[in-house]
Design a binder for this molecule. Structure first.
Ligand SMILES: CC(=O)[C@@H](O)[C@H](O)COP(=O)(O)O
Ligand SMILES: NCC(=O)COP(=O)(O)O
Length: 254
């Protein structure tokens, strides 16, 4: 069984912090707890409305990760999200913090959460120079994608290093005990095989949790999962370090 890396998404820790004045809980402290517990990386998805992760968190977590060689910092977002108020824009933040991985996501500013992968037939040409710049900056570039082999071919063609499979539909089918789930899992399995065959790495994320992760990871070849929402909820009952351990076990690291 191959091991999949776990990157903990800290958005929801920041969301609680932002509900009051001050810095409690401190996102960087929770990042440190995750790393001490064995997480392989930290993920943030700064959104232009700063509903959770703020630019200061991105800088602080970048500094934290630099003190931990081998740990990956992953920044997610729409590269076309420009400056808004005191939000400097996605690409400015990335240029200033140089994460190991940039996961590009086609979210609009007002979206509640990510809910689809890129349609590269429409946005591929615009993404190509952005991907080129990110790779020149030394960032691995991953594109948030649905499990569609034709679109995955385009991800390769526009210069991505990896894809991140959007797992929301799988999570919903799993929760509903829906007969669609097995059909979906076949699609994710085929998409993963296809991506690897054409030289792309494969990440996965969105709504993965302690109930649905194990079955998803029966698909061989998933390099990394990024998990935030459910892991943070689990941490409310288990504590953050124990929650990270529980997810690491399902990723076959413990
Ligand atoms: C790309 C992706 O699936 C995650 O970034 C997810 O969207 C988390 O973002 P929120 O925490 O803002 O819902
Ligand atoms: N890329 C997915 C991610 O970072 C976390 O998604 P979720 O676990 O908060 O749904």
């Amino acid at each position: 069984m191959n091991a999949t890396k776990l990157s903990v998404n800290l958005n929801k820790v920041a969301l609680i912090r932002n509900s009051r004045e001050g810095n409690y809980p401190d996102v960087t402290t929770f990042g440190q707890i995750c790393l001490d517990a064995g997480a392989h990386g930290l993920t943030v998805h700064p959104r232009p409305d700063q509903r959770h992760i703020r630019p200061g968190d991105v800088f602080a977590l970048s500094d934290l990760v630099q003190q931990h060689p081998g740990i990956e910092f992953n920044i997610e977002g729409n590269p076309n999200a420009g400056a808004l108020g005191d939000y400097p824009g996605f690409m400015t933040l990335v240029r200033q913090t140089l994460p190991h991985q940039c996961t590009l996501v086609p979210d609009s500013n007002e979206q509640l959460t990510s809910d689809h992968g890129f349609d590269l037939t429409r946005s591929g040409d615009a993404l190509r120079p952005i991907i080129e710049e990110l790779r020149e900056l030394g960032c691995r570039v991953s594109l948030f994608m649905d499990p569609d082999p034709a679109q995955i071919d385009l991800a390769r063609a526009v210069g991505a290093d990896r894809i991140e499979l959007y797992t929301g539909p799988y999570a919903a089918a799993h929760k509903a005990h829906n007969s669609e789930m097995h059909k979906l899992l076949d699609q994710y399995r085929y998409a993963t095989e296809h991506a690897r065959d054409i030289g792309l790495g494969v990440n996965a994320g969105h709504d993965l949790n302690l109930d649905n992760l194990e079955q998803f990871l029966h698909i061989p070849g998933i390099d990394e999962v990024s998990i935030g929402h459910a892991l943070t909820v689990d941490a409310l009952t288990m504590g953050m370090a124990t929650a990270v351990h529980a997810y690491l076990r399902l990723c076959h690291h413990q």
